[in-house]
Design a protein around this ligand. Structure first.
Ligand code: UN1
Length: 512
């Protein structure tokens, strides 16, 4: 594909479709195992990279640490200026990087561009933040004493990201970590190494132009074993991991065993409640985009619709009609709504979930299936499907990363909220209603238990300005906006005595 080749060239990702030799800093021992990246769009091998060896990893940590000693002394607004330039470089490369995201990962071109836009947005946010890393001041109980807190960088931040947002999730972590004075080591998904290499090239150029060490942002490539090098390494004070709950439990345990910090953003099982007071046309767009966008492979994808009994049949009919109009195919062709799943393992998991759902008594109102034929040669294209289920089915309690939408009927709002909360995950949630009482109850302490709760908006497509993440098996971490930056810093409380005596706190007398 000549278009993709020129995009790889533009992004500096050199490849001859055989061995892709990475630059020095992110590893590239010629004896190392290779990691192949095939596109789910057409099944073609795009390029192969090398898996980082233990020695590569160790060198990267040493370089990162050395870079940290320098970077932490750069004033935060100056670090922000570097991030500002990175945002500009992303603007210049938006089309190329967004296209590569679409080709390597399989999401629609519009969503590929949207993902790069999220990167640009977080850079803008981080630039402002670089002048707002505020600490509080407190009044001391002792005379002529001053008390305040300040925030210092942690050191090396390890970032583990998933294939579904192959570049944006890294940038949410990296942009904040950098303005906070940290350096980063990124272990992207082994399914999307090339977009990561492209990002490394983009940021490395900005560093070079500013005489900043490339060790401020590092890349290591490989599978879970490479990630484990970081999670077990006491030299990496924070691990921010985005991905499955299974992965998060392992990361959390490994980091916890050494009392490191972890920031976990894991699976969701997101529902939209569609009330009898909902605008059904608006609800339809939210539900369908939420369920089939990114082929159901967002952690915020809509997995369940909890629909009031009085509008249940009407809404089901609308859904079935809408699904009938979905165009599935090459995501680079903007006429298509739904692209492929990431790989054949994902297709197998999708089929397995459909089977399990049927075995538990699920009634499919839109049937699923794998598409075949010339346009679907990668074997990764599947039909979005819809099943009527009960919330307590085992499969409904489980997050399947595929476009399978479950319908559940309710009578009262209390019941709907109980159903919505009645899963192990707690990421995103929504209610479609024009009724103020219902909306407020959903947002109250006895409403949704998720990290994200929306009114008249679907479950996916969160803006970067808010804190992003969720509760329960979603892991509790918050990335991106609001005060999520605090997770990337250590808080120090400082008390300064400018009096002539040394009074003790709590009024304790101690005379010598
Ligand atoms: C993810 O799927 O890991 O809210 C992130 C959204 C996007 C991010 C999803 N802004 O859908």
């Amino acid at each position: 594909n000549t278009n993709i080749q020129s995009i790889l060239d533009q992004l500096g990702v050199k490849t001859n479709n055989a061995a892709f030799s990475t630059g020095s800093i992110w590893g590239g021992d010629s004896n190392a195992r290779s990691l192949e990246s095939s596109s789910p769009v057409d099944g073609h091998l795009i390029a192969s990279t090398k898996v980082s060896t233990d020695e590569d990893y160790n060198n990267v940590v040493l370089k990162a640490h050395e870079a940290f000693l320098e970077w932490r002394t750069v004033p935060a607004p100056k670090r922000g200026e570097i991030v500002r330039q990175f945002g500009d470089a992303l603007r210049e490369n938006k089309e190329a990087l967004g296209t590569l995201v679409s080709y390597e990962m399989g999401k629609s071109l519009q969503e590929g561009f949207g993902e790069v836009q999220e990167m640009i947005d977080i850079c803008d946010f981080a630039v402002g933040l670089s002048r707002q890393l505020y600490g509080l001041t407190m009044h001391s109980e002792r005379p002529s004493h001053r008390m305040y807190e300040q925030w210092h960088p942690l050191g090396i931040v390890g970032i583990i990201s998933a294939f579904n947002f192959p570049v944006a999730v890294w940038s949410w972590n990296a942009a904040l970590a950098l303005v906070c004075g940290n350096v980063c080591i990124w272990k992207p998904s082994e399914k999307t190494p090339l977009t990561a290499v492209a990002c490394q090239h983009i940021i490395a150029k900005v560093f070079k132009a500013n005489d900043v060490s490339e060790g401020v942002c590092n890349l290591i490539l490989g599978d879970r074993e490479v990630g484990e090098l970081m999670t077990k390494d006491g030299r990496v004070p924070l691990i921010s991991a985005t991905g499955s709950t299974r992965m998060g439990k392992e990361v959390g345990a490994a980091v916890g065993a050494r009392l490191g910090k972890s920031l976990l953003e894991l699976g969701g099982n997101n529902a939209i409640i569609i009330s009898e007071h909902a605008d059904l046309d608006m609800s339809l767009i939210g539900a369908v985009f939420g369920a089939v966008g990114t082929a159901g492979q967002r952690c915020t994808s809509t997995r369940r619709l909890i629909i009031h009994e009085s509008v249940y049949n009407a809404f089901k009919d609308k859904l079935v009609k809408a699904y009938d109009q979905l165009r599935i195919g090459n995501p680079l062709d903007q006429n298509n709504h739904v692209g492929p799943l990431i790989d054949k393992d994902a297709v197998a998991a999708y089929l397995d979930s459909i089977e399990k759902c049927k075995n538990e008594g699920g009634n499919f109102v839109v049937e699923g299936g794998v598409l075949s034929g010339a346009h679907y040669a990668s074997g990764c294209y599947v039909k979005p499907c819809i099943a009527e289920v009960s919330n307590d089915f085992k499969i409904v309690q489980h997050e399947t990363f595929a476009p399978i939408l479950y319908l559940i009927k309710y009578k009262t709002l209390d019941e709907a909220i109980t159903l919505q909360n009645g899963v192990p995950q707690g990421l995103s949630s929504a209610i479609m209603t024009l009724n103020l009482r219902e909306a407020e109850q959903f947002l109250s302490a006895n409403g949704s238990d998720c990290g994200i709760a929306n009114v008249n908006i679907g479950t996916s497509g969160a803006e970067i300005g808010g804190a992003f993440g969720g509760e329960k098996e979603t892991g509790g971490g918050r990335e991106s906006g609001s005060d999520a930056w605090k997770a990337y810093m250590r808080r120090q409380t400082n008390t300064i005595n400018y009096s002539n005596t040394l009074p003790l706190a709590q009024g304790i007398k101690f005379d010598l």
